[in-house]
Structures are given as structure tokens and as C-alpha cells.
Ligand binder design. Sequence first.
Ligand code: ACO
Length: 172
Amino acid sequence: VRIRRARLEDVPGVARVQVDTWRATYRGVVPEAFLEGLSYEGQAERWAQGLKTPTWPGRLFVAESGEVVGFAAFGPDRASGFPDYTAELWTLYVLPAWQGKGLGRALFQEGARLLRAESHRRMLVWVLKENLQGRGFYERLGGVLLGEREITLGGIKLWEVAYGFDLWGQRW
Ligand code: ACO
């Protein structure tokens, strides 16, 4: 499996991993109608727009084994209220069959190293409070609980928690 920056031709694979892993992870947490409403085409269009835009601040990585089996997107913090945290892990998904093999960590490391090289000191990530798998992973990588916020997803209110990472401390 190779970890590398994403190219435009990876976008359909990224969208497939995103939608399939969303459905596998959030069933019973996020409303069914929302999960069913997600489409490969819709997600692919979003990532393609980003990659085609020279000023897009996102940094997209894939884990690829012939096809895309995981991906991560990083970028500037989206005004989450923690000013020390200038960078954010926007999304990180590994297909269920490929989880637990080190790909999540490898994607995290690639992104964190790039953000550090781009002079970011700290990175945060928002994860659904009920996503114990994701939270266990971020805690294993040394994330420090920063706070929580309420969001609306598919018409219902859900809580998210933020974990913070020191990009210079490198515990991950
Ligand atoms: N609890 C405790 N430790 C964990 C957990 C967990 N739930 N999951 C992984 N770990 C540990 C592993 O044991 C490993 O530690 P070790 O090397 O010391 O044994 C370390 O974390 C790295 O694990 P990986 O194998 O790299 O994890 P994986 O490839 O499965 O990626 C991820 C983790 C991204 C959470 C993946 O399982 C996944 O896609 N899950 C479903 C989607 C999801 O929750 N994504 C995050 C949503 S939040 C967001 O996108 C911003």
C-alpha cells in the first residue's frame, strides 16, 4: 500500500471510500436518510473542485493498493475557536476491510509532517462524540481533548469533540 498525494484521477476512489466508510461507521448514529442521500458523484465533485482550484488550501492524501483504500484531507483550521490550532485534519477514512493495518496512522503522519513543514505548530480534529472507534484512534495517537460543540447533521443535533495535536511533539 502506498501513501501519496492525491491526483485528480483518484477522486472517484476517494469518494467511494468516503461514502462506503461513512455508511459503515455512522449507521445508527447519523440519520439513515442522510447516509442514503450521499452519492459517489456528489462527493467526487467536491474533491475534484478542490484539486482543480490552485488556491484550494486542502491537502489530500490517499492510501492506494491498486485502488484507493483510504484517504485523508488536511487544511487550515475552519474557525473552530481554538486559535492556537492553525491546522485541521478535515477527514480521515479507511475502508473497513483495510482498517487496523496502520494506514490511518500512515495517512495521519504524512499530513502532519506536511503541515509542520508548512509552519503549522498545532493541528486539531473534530470527531463525532459517539464515534468511539475514531476517538480511540486519535487518543492512541496522543490527541488531547480540547472541547466539544453541537452540530446539525441530517436534521438532528449531534455532539462533536475536538482533539489537539502538537505537530512538533510528534507522539504519533
Ligand atoms: N481504539 C484504540 N486504539 C486504536 C483504535 C481504537 N478504536 N483504532 C486504532 N487504534 C490504534 C491501533 O491499534 C494502532 O496502534 P498500535 O500501532 O500501537 O497498535 C494505531 O491506533 C493506528 O491504527 P491504524 O491501524 O493506523 O488505524 P486505521 O487504519 O484503522 O485508521 C481510522 C483509523 C481512520 C479511525 C479508521 O479505523 C476508520 O476509517 N474508521 C472509520 C471512520 C472514522 O471514524 N474516521 C474518523 C472520523 S473523524 C474525521 O474524519 C475528521
